[in-house]
Design a binder for this molecule. Structure first.
Ligand code: GDR
Length: 331
């Protein structure tokens, strides 16, 4: 039985990936922060339903020894490095995002090199590495020009894993993933903020949805499709890097419209904007050309944006405990 180790197993991607690997017959191990054990109801919510099938290890990206010990105990055949501080809109003064993300990757690479050098490693890159891109869509050859600390941290990690691949021959793939959403998305991200607030508005718990730039465009895909891409990359004979994206962009306003329409609400009555949620320089949309993974590995998407939103809205309705009927035939 193959053993997989996932950093960030309790997040959106980690939890879907754990499910996928269990289905495929893996022994699944995950790293979580020790404090998560103390607040399991909230922090381990995404993996509660599979907790008795997986092995959880308390460790931290900031603690080299803790990561080393887990790798030594588990001896994984495949390792998926997903854990990171992943919210893009931190200020530039927030240096911890850079050190945490970069050092965590470095510590993990060192442990793998020393303990399980034949392990296949997946590194979670991001479209934010392209940042101030000149062209859209971007592909694997587009120059990187990050515009946030988060983007810089991911790009630094990407360069580091490439060095480990070249110098030590470790099998490492970077997935350059564009935005991917689901009912497990964190509430700080715009998609979940929209679906959860719209549902609260529907049942009278909120009256306004305050957003930043409604014209910002994103290439939004379906998270379970994206974790499948991660697994596919590690099954190849040779390591490589791949863009994972839908290639279609929608504006934040499009997303809002679809969501509110699903709930039979007129978004214009509820949505207001506030400069504090605006970001600088988002002129050239981040949209990915995923031809390489589609043609090379046969990857494809299974849900369009409306279907993703529908799943998120249904989950938010469930969370609010409302048996609210909404007319999905109007979308
Ligand atoms: P992003 O996701 O930064 O692309 O990173 P996010 O959902 O935060 O922003 C998407 C777009 O929405 C615009 N926006 C707002 N965003 C937030 N969070 N809140 C608002 O009120 C709001 N109003 C408008 C933003 O300007 C932006 O254009 C995600 C994360 O998952 C990263 O970790 C990952 O690497 C990238 O996607 C690919």
């Amino acid at each position: 039985m193959k053993k997989a180790l996932i950093t960030g197993i309790s997040g959106q991607d980690g939890s879907y990936l754990a499910e996928l690997l269990l289905e495929k017959g893996y022994e699944v191990h995950g790293i979580i922060r020790k404090v998560s054990f103390e607040d399991a109801r909230h922090r381990l919510m995404n993996i509660a339903h599979i907790q008795d099938k997986i092995y959880l290890h308390g460790a931290s990206l900031e603690n080299q020894l803790s990561l080393y010990k887990v790798v030594k105990d588990v001896q994984p055949d495949e390792c998926y490095h997903l854990a990171a501080m992943s919210f893009v809109n931190y200020g530039l003064e927030e240096a911890s995002i850079l050190t945490t993300n970069f050092n965590g990757t470095h510590y993990l690479l060192e442990a793998i090199r020393e303990i399980v050098p034949f392990c296949h490693l997946y590194f979670a890159g991001s479209s934010e590495m392209f940042g101030y891109a000149d062209i859209s869509p971007q592909n694997e050859l587009t120059p990187f020009r990050p515009r946030s600390m988060y983007g810089i941290s991911k790009l630094a990690g990407y360069h580091l894993v490439n060095i480990y691949r070249k110098r030590y021959g470790i099998f490492i793939c970077t997935g350059i993933l564009y935005n991917h959403e689901s009912p497990r998305r964190g509430f700080e991200f715009v998609t979940r903020k929209i679906t959860s607030t719209a549902v609260k508005i529907k049942i009278g718990l909120e009256h306004k949805l305050i957003l930043g730039n409604l014209n910002a465009r994103r290439d939004w895909g379906y998270a379970p499709d994206y974790v499948r891409a991660m697994w596919m990359m590690l099954q190849q004979d040779m390591p490589d890097d791949y863009i994972v994206a839908t290639g279609k962009t929608h504006s934040v306003q499009d997303f809002v419209k679809i969501t509110f329409k699903m709930l039979n609400l007129n978004y214009k009555d509820y949505v207001v904007t506030d400069q504090k949620f605006y970001r600088t320089a988002e002129e050239v949309p981040l949209s990915g050309d995923s031809q390489k993974i589609r043609a090379g590995l046969g990857w494809k998407t299974t849900k369009n944006l409306t279907e993703i939103i529908e799943e998120m809205v249904k989950e938010d309705l469930k969370i609010e405990g409302l048996k609210c009927r909404y007319d999905s035939s109007i979308i």
